[in-house]
Design a protein around this ligand. Structure first.
Ligand code: 4AD
Ligand code: MG
Length: 461
């Protein structure tokens, strides 16, 4: 007999004479003649109630069906007499597959998120994390669907690379040299020519440069994979390993890029509302009571657009006392980004045309010579969730940019070739998958939307 998932049992349209369920005991309540077990198998937030009659042959074992134990139940799906559920299972036979004793750490509700992070191997069995990781899985699917339906091709960019796309120097080195005794050059420096790849190599911070190669061949492409940043910022929005989605579009300018970003973010919200309704209601009840209203609000309105120069103007005229005072040429800090999205525009806003000096070498220089075709999408509650740009497609300007960033043409020979041969205007952006999940679930810490968080000082599991 094949297994029925709890989710499908709960959505049954008629009683069933024979059903097999497998899962984990969430709670058990015993009365004189019955035991009530709440069984959850992760297929949905809701578990199903199993009623075991004391006349069952295995009933002596029922006391082993403790919270956390895995069990298998054969029985009948019958209409529930209790309130709150339509169906329940009248057990005819049950087997304890794996016991769990009183040391099982998820005994009762109300654990702190910090404690649950320490038991990241068990937290997916809790209501909150079950919901988070179902939404994560669904949105990963929706991402592919969004791009595939629009004719984008999925490109697998390398995880190990020799180039620092963002130029921020936040790279994790990949090396097989013996750290205690590395080979040295005559000058005494570590001789990376003798390292595994014959040169210094790193974990990628972004697949963009390689995605550009494919956009100038397949026109519309996207990447979706892990990226790594050795950024020593211990915040609720930064992880050292995170997943990024990076579309790259040939024959597309910054305006088209902004429109695609807006359409993409709205698509993901709509998809979660449609396919993860129960989980989102749970977040709205226990995590962030304004969540559903905020998501609807975001769907209903066009995102705002505002140049960096206008943004600086808004911030300086706001009369606020900033922790980091801001003037033209400064990076926007989180407090500024959140003010713009939460208090000024009260809506997601795309800030564009940033000062050239703040941004990486690959962004297209505007006619003013001072700003570049950059864009950051800022959302309420989080700040930046997308960073993108129109790319510099002019060979001579790109060479100037490399020089200005002290990067060598020799290292970027292949990137320059894309401008030497059949160059086209092109644009793209990167969406931080975890930040998007924070936005959709209301979960406030990035450590709680990724299965196993890697942050400075932490790489358990
Ligand atoms: O703004 P970023 O650095 O842009 C790029 O990497 C470009 N190469 C993207 C492109 O144009 N193809 O990063 C893009 C997004 C950010 O907006 C943010 O959502 C996320 O990636 N991100 C992080 N998420 C979690 N932890 C970190 N340390 C992150 N750094 C960036
Ligand atoms: Mg950025």
């Amino acid at each position: 007999m094949s297994r029925t998932l709890v989710k499908d049992a709960l959505h049954a349209t008629a009683p069933m004479d024979a059903i097999l369920l497998q899962g984990w005991v969430r709670t058990r309540r015993d009365s004189k003649t019955f035991s009530f077990i709440e069984l959850n198998d992760g297929s949905s937030l809701k578990g199903i109630q199993v009623i075991a009659d004391s006349s069952l042959p295995d009933y002596v074992n029922i006391t082993k069906a403790n919270t956390g134990a895995s069990i298998e139940v054969h029985g009948r799906l019958v209409e529930s007499k209790g309130s709150g559920q339509k169906w329940e299972v009248a057990a005819q036979r049950f087997t304890i597959l794996g016991e769990a004793d009183a040391t099982y750490p998820l005994q009762k509700k109300g654990h702190t998120l910090e404690f649950l992070r320490e038991i990241a191997h068990l937290r997916p069995r809790s209501n909150l994390f079950g919901a988070v990781f179902r939404v994560r899985s669904r949105l990963a699917y929706a991402i592919h669907q969004f791009f595939q339906e629009r004719g984008f091709h999925y490109v697998h960019t390398p995880i190990i690379t020799a180039s620092d796309c963002e130029g921020a120097g936040e790279l994790f080195r990949v090396s097989t040299l013996d750290p205690a005794n590395p080979p040295r050059t005559e000058q005494g420096a570590v001789d990376f020519a003798k390292d595994f790849f014959g040169k210094q190599s790193y974990l990628t911070v972004s697949g963009q440069l390689e995605a550009e190669i494919f956009a100038t061949a397949l026109s519309n492409v996207y990447t979706f994979g892990p990226t790594f940043r050795a950024e020593n910022s211990n915040t609720s929005r930064h992880a050292s390993e995170f997943w990024m989605i990076e579309p790259e579009i040939a024959f597309c300018d910054l305006q088209g890029n902004m429109s695609l970003a807006e359409e993409f973010v709205k698509h993901l919200i709509r998809d979660a509302k449609e396919h993860c309704a129960g989980d989102l209601e749970f977040f709205a009840k226990f995590v962030d009571k304004d969540l559903l209203a905020r998501l609807d609000f975001v769907l209903e309105r066009p995102f705002q657009r505002c140049s960096y120069t206008e943004a600086i103007d808004i911030l300086t005229r706001s009369g606020r006392k900033w922790e980091h005072p801001v003037s033209w040429g400064d990076n926007l800090q989180s407090e500024h980004e959140r003010f713009l999205a939460e208090e000024h525009f009260k809506c997601p806003v795309t800030v564009y045309n940033y000062p050239r000096s703040l941004k990486p070498f690959y962004m297209r220089v505007n006619e003013d010579g001072k700003t570049v075709c950059a864009m950051d999408l800022l959302v309420p509650g989080i700040g930046e969730i997308i960073g993108g740009s129109q790319r510099e497609e002019r060979l001579d300007v790109l060479k100037e940019n490399l020089a200005a960033h002290h990067l060598s043409e020799k290292d970027y020979w292949w990137y320059l070739d894309l401008r030497r041969y059949g160059t086209v205007p092109h644009s793209g952006f990167g969406l931080g998958f975890e930040r998007m999940l924070m936005f959709v679930t209301g979960v406030a810490n990035i450590r709680d939307v990724i299965p196993f968080a890697r942050t400075p000082g932490t790489a358990e599991f």
